[in-house]
Write a protein that binds this ligand. Sequence first.
Ligand SMILES: [Mn+2]
Length: 319
Amino acid sequence: MLIDLKQAAEFIAQSDDILILSHANPDGDTLGSAYGLCGILQKMGKRARTLCADEIIPRMEYLRNTVATQEFEPKTVISVDVADRTLLGSYDEVYGDRIDLAIDHHESGQPFAKRTVIDPAAAATCEMIFELAELMNAPMDGQIASCLYTGIATDTGCFRYSNTLSKTHYITAKLMENDFDAARINYLLFDVKTKGRVELEHALIKDMEFYCDDRIAVIWVTSDIISRFEGRVDAEDFNGLASLPKRIEGVQLGATVKQKGPTTFKVSIRTAEPINAGEICALFGGGGHARAAGCTIEGSLEFVKAKLMSALKKAVASE
Ligand SMILES: [Mn+2]
């Protein structure tokens, strides 16, 4: 059942013993939403805890300390920033069937929960969590604000992407009335890189492929490259590579392909207007937003390359 934020707020207000699920391979928005909502609920006097199939990203460790550790058998399960139940990873099996409320901002979300609230206009799920808190008259503090800020900054590329609206800044301004170090978060999320990461980027950029008069750029993060850098970089250093190709002037479509298994390739696409990344990824059963989307293609490297490149060239040629 699709509901609005007000109904979601009413549902949460009357719920307790709440487990909040993030998506696997978590980003700042799913973690910020989970820890932010958890903090809000705890401050409201409810019992709440967060859960994610994968480890929290080291540079976002600070989120963990924003909530109290509470042990309980969950009566209510809420997912945040989870567009599809399979994204719950290993927890899909345990909780996928019993999610009471899904809070998300992905357009292409496949409803899987008893109640779903989706706001595709929200730059981040964390914006929705902020609005929920206001609807519930919930208390805000610096710790909660730092979580919600983390998600908004992550999904807007530190307020640079086109999803950054006046409302995004308005909510951020309200968050910054609380005591937390936004500059420190920006540094951790956007500035500092490990030496291994810089070397990895160097290797990937060196082998970047260009097509259609340099309007398409593709990087291939193959098992070969991954094993070459293993031990020299953190696992997390293989994330966030999707924006690299599109940084090059004139590139309208940037793709980053990461090998997940011998015949499994995860594709992240970033586009300039009017090329629709979500539509391209939908061809392969994936989805996302107009400017950023993802999908998984199965097959040999050669097969995936042929399939993907034909779709990408078609998308660029038709514009
Ligand atoms: Mn998000």
